[in-house]
Each structure stands twice: as structure tokens, then as C-alpha cells.
Design a protein around this ligand. Structure first.
Ligand code: F6R
Length: 361
């Protein structure tokens, strides 16, 4: 049941500390800087030289997050929409790893892309929440995110758990290929990771998301911007918002705002700017360009960040590694969407026209 919560979505947002603790259980040892993933059929990733991540919707945003992290670690990687894969898939060879990211493990588009990758001879791995799911069975290997069942149609805790699972996987892939993990200071990275459940707990206790949602309730459109690892978070923030509020929302790379979307910006289009510590001064400049046109800017960043002084409102995230800041920002954005939808009295757990698992192409 929903327990003390009015909706499964809110319950699942609040379950994120537990979900992440479960995802990390036995897999990270911060003191020794070690990551211990399950034994994989694929063995090591020594021979891998390119990685494709395939997924849809929210899982695609987690895949993009994983792919950007691999790129930052110097490994060739692309995130691809599974439903585009049959018409435009990059070449596959013996050294290609294809990772299917799918909460349910039953999404038809993702299964089709996975089957195509299997037939083309790729090494395949599924990251999923459901043990025994089709995607878990059909890939060479599977890693389980252990988020527990997710009932709300809008994916929340599974996004966070997928992103964390992928960031562990990225460390392991990078270590196998380059001899050193992606994070240059692996001990400190792993201890930040281990602290994430507590940080989310703290964020949930202190969040101003409900007040913020009511402050901007009368807006016309909602924009989300981010750079680097903040970009998939901006996309996810907008997807969640449109799914459950039925209001118009779009996510952009911060730097893209000036290449077109700025034409839409008015005092009725709040801009949520996600700061992850990756060229934040540029993102702030992009946000200020919107502010100049009258748009209220909401800075999603740690306390004491320069953006707080410039922005019209602030959603605070605890200070953490640049690799993880976006995941904390995402939790704030989940709450904003939830409370905005609640004010509009939407059927939050079952938005119109949407299904939890999309088993048609
Ligand atoms: C959004 C949402 C969908 C799913 C997508 C893929 O909140 O839930 O966008 O993420 O349908 O589903 P899975 O991860 O089951 O493959």
C-alpha cells in the first residue's frame, strides 16, 4: 500500500534512500576504493572499445547519463533511443558492448533493439529492476538495480538507481579498459556515493519544492536546462513534469537555449537551471539570458553557489561530486513535478494515455 503517502509516486520518491542503499549493498567498499560487481558471464571488459546504451523515456535519460560519464572517462560511447535503433544503429563489432537500460525489462522497443544487437554479435548486458524479465534473460548478462517494485507510472526511484548502477558499471568498465577507474580519486568518489542515501534523506526533509510549485502554478510553459551531466537531468525534469501535470515542459542543454528556444521565453515560462559544477558560469549566463526576457530562474544547486544570488528562487542540493550532483537535483525536480500535479489535481499515479510498461512498438 501507499502507507502514509497520498500517492505511490511520492512514496517512491521517498524510498530513494533505501533503494540506493540496496543498489550499493555489497557493491562498494569506499575504504579500500573497491567496486565489487557480480561475476559477469562476459568476464572482464578488457576487450571492449565502444559502448552503446539503448533505452526509452526515463531509462534513456539514465542511459545518457551513463554514456556521458563514459565519454568523460575517455571511452567511446553513445546513448540511443531504442525505438530509433532499427533505422539508425551505429556499427557493431566484437568489441562493442550494448547495454539495455530498462526498469521493467519488458519494453518492446528496447527488446527489439537488444535482439538486433545480439544478432549483430555485440556483447550485451541489461540493467533492470526486474529479475527474470525478458531483457534480463535475453542479454548475455544482467545487473539488477534492486529498487523494489515501482507502482507509479512515472519512473522515479528506478531512474536514480539505474543512474547509480550505471556509474558503478562505468567505473568497472573504465578500470578494465584503462587500468584505472573513471574517478581519479576513487575512494572519495565511492564515499560520496555511499553518502547519497543520507543526502537524499536530508534533501527530502528540507525541500522547498512544494512552495515553489505553487508559486509558479499559473505559468504557461516550464523549461529545464543543464550542461554535461545536468543535461539528462534537465530532460528528465521536463519529461516528469509533462507526464504528470499535463503542462507544457521542455528540457534543453543550457547552451542550446540561445539557438532557438529563447524565442519562447516570457515572464510566464520559469526556467529551472541545474548546476552540476561543470562549467556552471556558462549555465548561469544562459539562465540570465532567459531572466533578461522576464523568465523567473530557479537555481538547483548547493547553498552558497553563485547562482543563488542571481536566481529568483533556489532549490537546494547537498554538496557532492560533480558526477552525482545531477542525481540530487533530479530528486528536487521530481518533487516539483509531483506538487505541481497535485495542485492541479491530476491522477498522479496513472496519468492519462500512459502505461507502466509499453509492450507495443
Ligand atoms: C517515464 C517512464 C517511461 C519509461 C519508458 C521505459 O516516467 O516511466 O518513459 O521510462 O517507458 O520503460 P522501461 O524502463 O521499463 O523500459
Amino acid at each position: 500500500g501507499k502507507g502514509q503517502f497520498e500517492h505511490f509516486m511520492l512514496k517512491e520518491i521517498y524510498e530513494q534512500p533505501t533503494a540506493l542503499t540496496q543498489a550499493l549493498e555489497g557493491r562498494v567498499d569506499p575504504e579500500n576504493g573497491r567496486i565489487a560487481l557480480e561475476d559477469l558471464e562476459l568476464g572482464t571488459f578488457n576487450d571492449i572499445d565502444n559502448v552503446q546504451l539503448i533505452a526509452c523515456g526515463t531509462s534513456y535519460h539514465a542511459a545518457l547519463y551513463g554514456s556521458l560519464t563514459l565519454n568523460q572517462a575517455g571511452i567511446k560511447s553513445t546513448a540511443l533511443l531504442a525505438n530509433e535503433y532499427s533505422v539508425a544503429s551505429p556499427p557493431i563489432d566484437d568489441n562493442t558492448l550494448v547495454i539495455a537500460v530498462t526498469q521493467s525489462g519488458e519494453t518492446a522497443d528496447t527488446l527489439n533493439a537488444l535482439r538486433q544487437a545480439n544478432e549483430a554479435g555485440a556483447n550485451t548486458l541489461t540493467v533492470t529492476n526486474v529479475v527474470g524479465s525478458t531483457a534480463a534473460r535475453e542479454a548475455d548478462d544482467a545487473l539488477f538495480i534492486r529498487a523494489g517494485p515501482e507502482i507509479g507510472v512515472a519512473a522515479t526511484k528506478t531512474f536514480s538507481s539505474q543512474a547509480v548502477m550505471l556509474s558503478l558499471l562505468v567505473q568497472r568498465i573504465t578500470e578494465d579498459i584503462h587500468g584505472t577507474p573513471a574517478a581519479t580519486e576513487i575512494e572519495s568518489y565511492l564515499s560520496e556515493l555511499a553518502e547519497m542515501p543520507d543526502q537524499i534523506e536530508e534533501l527530502l526533509e528540507r525541500s522547498d519544492a512544494e512552495a515553489l510549485a505553487s508559486r509558479y502554478e499559473q505559468s504557461q510553459s516550464y523549461f529545464f536546462i543543464g550542461r554535461g551531466l545536468g543535461f539528462p537531468v534537465a530532460l528528465e525534469g521536463a519529461l516528469k513534469f509533462k507526464e504528470i501535470t499535463y503542462e507544457h515542459a521542455e528540457g534543453f542543454a543550457s547552451g542550446e537555449l540561445k539557438h532557438g528556444p529563447l524565442a519562447l521565453v516570457t515572464p510566464d515560462t520559469p526556467v529551472f537551471a541545474v548546476f552540476t559544477g561543470e562549467e556552471d558560469e556558462k549555465t548561469l549566463k544562459n539562465a540570465e539570458e532567459a531572466q533578461t526576457r522576464g523568465a523567473p530562474v530557479v537555481a538547483v544547486c548547493p547553498e552558497g553557489h553563485r547562482a543563488v544570488d542571481v536566481a529568483d528562487a533556489h532549490l537546494e542540493i547537498p554538496d557532492t561530486d560533480a558526477d552525482l550532483a545531477g542525481l540530487l537535483a533530479n530528486v528536487q525536480l521530481q518533487l516539483v513535478s509531483y506538487y505541481a500535479a497535485d495542485l492541479l489535481e491530476r491522477p498522479i499515479d496513472k496519468p492519462r494515455n500512459l502505461a507502466k510498461s509499453v509492450t507495443v512498438e
